[in-house]
Design a protein around this ligand. Structure first.
Ligand code: NAD
Length: 505
């Protein structure tokens, strides 16, 4: 797709969005908020109007939760074959609409189209993967004892709430909704208020593929109102949440009265540790890709690069050159590598860390200030700081933008200490050709996922999630079913084991 083709398709899709506000989807129908309130959704590229969005409140969440509760008995008992076929049909319909999904995602989030082209394909993969796993979801263990046969089964926990962030909303929504549906749960989805378009699109496509009314419901709105009500609702048995760590704490508090089960995928400040014996060229490629793709708005991004001192200057020089060369521009242009950040507020937050870094005494190595009309869009100049001390705020706080800090180290022990000296523990990356070090370092680092000599390559059966303030629980493979399902043990007596007789004289 050329730039012109993308811009043309985007304008066609925008005409439609302008005319039809995004309403909630409850029990299969698009409905406005009960109090008819709406808010405007604008483009990160130039702040132009995209669409109006219904602003959900507690009464709208209540309607959606009721719909999910009513749909649960029939959805949770649908035959394996029918449910699997339906998830396959959803995957197919997503793929058929991949181009539109990519354009809408790019338009709504500011993410470069070159990365969003795969969003729909990855979403479809999620549905196919969990469709294939349905057959084993209920299976459990056989745990024989002397006088009993014990076996475990799993059953869906009930209606669940899914709350998603704005950075890559389509892929992340499918990542949560596909296993929930495969497990037999019904869903109320609260997408991020800053990028609600593709969540709507996904649910409408699922319905077109034959998903019965009420199985997936969408309530738009703000976190503090719609999200809060969802996490407090008594009929919603669990909350799968992706977003900031402090929002995770709020959700935990909000869900306490109803003893909500929670699964949290939260923030990160992930280290990449580069030893002198590494394949330097590939390590540079990976560091740049993992920090500057997706506008740096990526939970698993490589935000802190720790470099062995003997190669520190050489490595930084290569990083600096690459940052200066990054192509910033309209996210719909296939050549663009960096688009605008999601909102003015987020831009100001990311921007503020440039001043903080300077005041903390770090060295500004690169700032890509490509001449671009940034007057109304939320464009940030990709930034690299060197000579960073890990105690600095720019090294400790999640900035969530194209902003990289580089830290030198002298010994393996020191590298480990720096890597682990952080409140987060989502992902870590390690570059070395020493196989013993690769294993031992990986075991000692406190992160839920470690990639060695690799960028973040996702394999769906593997566990995804973080330690420390980066999350609770794991997604992926069978791990997802542990969250969306209850495990039950069934014990059947074999023969006549001893039952003490009370009150029998
Ligand atoms: P956010 O926490 O501000 O918002 C996420 C969602 O939570 C939104 O839908 C929002 O409306 C809702 N929300 C806000 N307050 C709420 C409340 N009190 N109760 C219920 N819901 C509430 O996060 P964001 O700014 O949209 O996304 C960026 C964050 O997401 C970053 O910290 C990033 O690291 C994280 N993230 C993590 C992963 C992961 O897998 N670990 C993946 C993507 C993004």
């Amino acid at each position: 797709m050329t730039n012109d083709e993308n811009i043309y398709l985007a304008s066609v899709l925008r005409q439609k969005l302008k005319k039809e506000p995004l309403f909630h989807i409850i029990n299969g129908e698009c409905v406005p908020s009960l109090d008819n309130t709406m808010f405007a959704n604008n483009s990160p590229h130039d702040n132009s109007f995209i669409c109006m969005v219904a602003e959900g409140k507690s009464q709208d969440v209540d309607r959606a939760a009721q719909a999910a509760k009513n749909a649960f008995p029939s959805w949770s008992t649908l035959s394996i074959k029918k449910r699997r076929d339906l998830l396959y049909s959803i995957a197919e319909i997503i793929e058929k609409n991949a181009r539109e999904i990519a354009i809408l995602e790019s338009l709504d989030t500011g993410q470069p189209i070159r990365f969003m082209q795969k969003a729909a394909i990855r979403g479809a993969d999620n549905f196919r993967f969990f469709a294939d796993k349905i057959v084993n979801a209920r299976n459990g263990l056989s745990l024989p004892a002397d006088e009993h046969i014990n076996y475990t089964v799993r059953q869906p926990i009930g209606p669940v709430g899914i709350i998603t962030p704005w950075n890559t909303p389509f892929m992340l929504s499918t990542w949560k909704i596909a296993p929930a549906l495969a497990a037999g749960c019904t869903v109320v989805h609260k997408p991020a208020e800053l990028s609600p378009v593709t969540a709507q699109c996904l649910t409408l496509l699922m319905q077109e593929a034959g998903l019965p009314p009420g199985v997936v419901n969408v309530v738009h709105g703000y976190g503090e109102t719609a999200g809060k009500s969802l996490s407090e609702h008594p009929d919603v048995k669990a909350i799968a949440f992706v977003g900031e760590s402090k929002t995770g704490s709020s959700i935990m508090r909000q869900g306490a009265d109803t003893l909500k089960r929670v699964h949290f995928e939260l923030g990160g400040k992930n280290p990449v540790v580069v030893f002198a014996d590494a394949d330097i060229e590939r390590a540079v490629d990976a560091v740049i890709f993992m920090k500057y793709s997706l506008n740096g708005e990526r939970c698993t991004s490589s935000s802190r690069v720790l470099i062995e001192r003997s190669i520190y200057d050489k490595f930084n020089a290569q990083l600096t050159q690459r940052v200066k060369n990054l192509k910033i521009g309209n996210p719909l242009d296939p050549k663009t590598e960096i688009g605008p950040l999601i909102s003015e507020k987020h831009l100001q937050k990311v921007q503020s860390y440039v001043q903080i870094g300077k005041e903390e005494g770090a060295k500004l190595l690169a700032q890509n200030t490509t001449d671009l009309d940034k007057s109304s869009g939320h464009y940030f100049s990709p930034t690299l700081f060197g000579d960073v001390d890990n105690k600095m705020r720019i090294s400790q706080e999640e900035i969530f933008g194209p902003f990289l800090v580089s830290i030198p180290f002298d010994t393996e022990e020191q590298a480990l200490e720096i890597a682990n000296d952080i409140r987060y523990g989502l992902a870590a990356y390690l570059w070395t050709k020493d196989i013993t070090r690769a294993h031992s370092f990986s075991h000692k680092i406190n992160a839920g996922m470690v990639w060695v000599n690799s960028q973040n390559v996702r394999h769906l059966p593997t566990p995804f999630g973080g330690m420390k303030d980066s999350g609770i629980g794991r997604d992926g493979g069978d791990y997802s079913f542990d969250f969306y399902m209850e495990t039950k043990n069934i014990a059947i007596a074999m023969g006549e084991h001893n039952i003490p007789k009370l009150g029998a004289q």
